[in-house]
Design a protein around this ligand. Structure first.
Ligand code: C2E
Ligand code: CA
Ligand code: CA
Length: 528
């Protein structure tokens, strides 16, 4: 159904309108992450390069010393060690010991105090191993690089993991950043910054990157809380949000205007009723005997400002479901009263038929509305017919009966619309107090040239006659149908053969022409 479609469209438009606002946050978040990652990566790579340079310095020094000396701990060996220590930026000690930890000699000529903090790791494609140690009484950890010598000796060089203060690793980073140098098994060696927060909530709340010190089993992590870096973009966020809100608003207005302008009825019907865009058209009901005008049926049309005229098929169902059919009917009755008051005063037998729907019988106010609108007008209640359709089941018989009784009490009459198409058979409707039966056009359509009997239609007509109701045939489109109906006792008919639903002025003109004596015959003499 079109109306559901409109709701979905409106919803999509409303959601889509807020995409720019949501997108600002998303885009800015992503931008901040990418940017900050690049900054952190620069720092982590620099730290990795420094650590790598330090360790390779220790390896290089060790190799020079061993290349210079054929034996260990000789004066020549010690000289070579001193030479290397002067040359190197990082080398702090060189030690010769055996595998049981017995020390033979060192650079400074005293017992070397150190405690291993890890097991030795091998370096891929090198003969040296490295381990992390606590050196002398220094708090910062050292790396001990070791090379075997002969069967029982080993020579080691000692360098700090980070040559400067740990805090220097944070230079150029935002407050609350963390930089950590760790072995690749995760053992932390040096951590700068508040590691506790990072260890607790690292992956979700921090932007973090990693870098590796070449082939060494050493990993550098740099991280910063996302909230801290995001806060730096608060100004940008505000201006972007303002811009995108304006875009959203503009988009929403455009979308709503589109839905409003498009010919989707649901959105606009309430306004259209208030603005009087739902207009009554009048389809003549013709007396088949005299060819004169017996009355009319009020049929709704939506006359758009654009000049387009929309048939009720596009909006009636929506009007009924939403209850808008009730104010719509009130408006139609008021307009019909204004359009037809002169005509009805001059033709007191003219009948005006108004369509009701099932909701009118639940609402109950319809009796009062009819009274308010027509009392004091030149249209008498006797001239009003209210059509209720058999298409929808009348599930509230009692309520329907009281409304019908109210309308009857004023002198109005009740017609059963679309008779034969609905759920109930005609006899079942008798207790409702039906005065008129309108035979649906599907039965009229069964009348084909040359037929003298149309069993279904004939059955329906005789049932209606048994109930003592007046009969109106709907949808009469050709002369054969009119002739057949008249010869089967049907007096009243409406259909395109006579006239389509007409605007008020056109209908008044036709009415005056038809009822001007002598009335022009609507049917050929031969058929009478
Ligand atoms: P309905 O009450 O059965 O109205 C008769 C419909 O048949 C009208 O369609 C009319 O234009 C059309 N019609 C008239 N003569 C012929 C004909 O010779 N051949 C054919 N094929 N059709 C013919 P319309 O005006 O489009 O209305 C459609 C339906 O919308 C109505 O059927 C009625 O159920 C509903 N409707 C229209 N106006 C109102 C209203 O004011 N209130 C309510 N509740 N329903 C309305
Ligand atoms: Ca009708
Ligand atoms: Ca009908």
């Amino acid at each position: 159904m079109k109306s559901k479609y409109t709701h979905v469209l409106t919803l999509i438009a409303a959601i889509a309108a807020f995409l720019p606002v949501m997108a600002v946050d998303f885009l800015l978040d992503s931008y901040v992450r990418v940017r900050e990652r690049a900054v952190l990566q620069g720092t982590a790579d620099a730290v990795a390069a420094r650590v790598q340079a330090t360790v390779y310095d220790a390896i290089g020094s060790l190799r020079h010393i061993l290349a210079d000396s054929a034996s260990l701990c000789t004066p020549g060996f010690i000289t070579s060690v001193h030479h290397q220590m002067e040359r190197s930026l990082y080398l702090k000690q060189v030690l010769v010991e055996n595998y049981d930890g017995v020390q033979y000699c060192d650079a400074l000529g005293k017992q070397v105090q150190y405690t291993p903090l890890t097991k030795p790791f091998s370096i891929p494609s090198q003969t040296e191993t490295i381990e992390v140690v606590r050196f002398a009484d220094l708090a910062a950890p050292f790396i001990k690089v070791t090379q075997g010598f002969g069967q029982s000796r080993k020579v080691s060089s000692f360098v700090p993991v980070v040559a400067a203060e740990a805090a220097s690793l944070l230079s150029g980073l935002k407050p609350a950043s963390v930089v950590r140098v760790a072995l690749s098994d995760g053992t932390a060696m040096v951590t700068a910054g508040d590691a506790a927060g990072y260890d607790a909530r690292g992956t979700t709340e921090f932007v973090s990157v990693e870098s590796f010190a070449g082939a060494l089993p050493i990993r550098i992590t740099a991280a910063v809380p996302f909230a801290i870096v995001r806060a730096d973009y608060a100004d940008l966020d505000t201006s972007f949000t303002i811009i995108s809100s304006l875009m959203s608003a503009a988009f929403l207005i455009l979308a709503l205007q589109y839905v409003r302008r498009s010919d989707l009825p649901a959105f606009d019907l309430e306004r259209a009723i208030k603005a009087g865009e739902i207009r009554p058209y009048y389809q003549p009901v013709i007396n088949l005997r005299t060819g004169g005008l017996a009355g009319c049926e009020v049929l709704a049309r939506w006359e758009k400002k654009s000049g387009e005229v929309v048939s009720p098929g596009a909006f009636i169902e929506y009007a009924e479901v939403t209850g808008l059919a009730i104010p719509m009917t009130v408006s139609l009755m008021q307009q019909a009263r204004d359009d037809l008051s002169d005509l009805c005063r001059d033709m007191p037998d003219l009948k005006v038929s108004i369509n009701l729907f099932e909701g009118h019988f639940r609402d109950g106010n319809v009796v009062e509305d009819v009274h308010t609108i027509f009392s004091g007008s030149t249209i008498s209640f006797r001239q009003l017919v209210f059509e209720l359709t058999e298409r929808q089941p009348m599930d509230r018989m009692a309520a329907a009966q009281s409304v019908i009784a109210g309308l009857h009490a004023m002198g109005c009459r009740i017609a059963m619309d679309d008779a034969g198409t609905g759920h109930s058979n005609l006899a079942y409707l008798q207790p409702l107090g039906i005065d008129v039966v309108k035979i649906d056009r599907i039965f009229v359509d069964m009348i084909k040239p040359g037929l003298t009997q149309v069993p279904v239609l004939d059955g329906l007509l005789s049932m209606a006659r048994d109930l003592g109701t007046e009969i109106v045939a709907e949808g009469v489109e050709n002369e054969e149908q009119a002739v057949y109906l008249r010869s089967h006792g049907v007096m009243l008919a409406q259909g395109y053969l006579f006239a389509p639903p007409l605007k008020g002025a056109a209908f008044r003109e036709l009415a005056l022409a038809l009822n001007k004596p002598p009335a022009p015959a609507a049917l050929p003499k031969a058929a009478a």
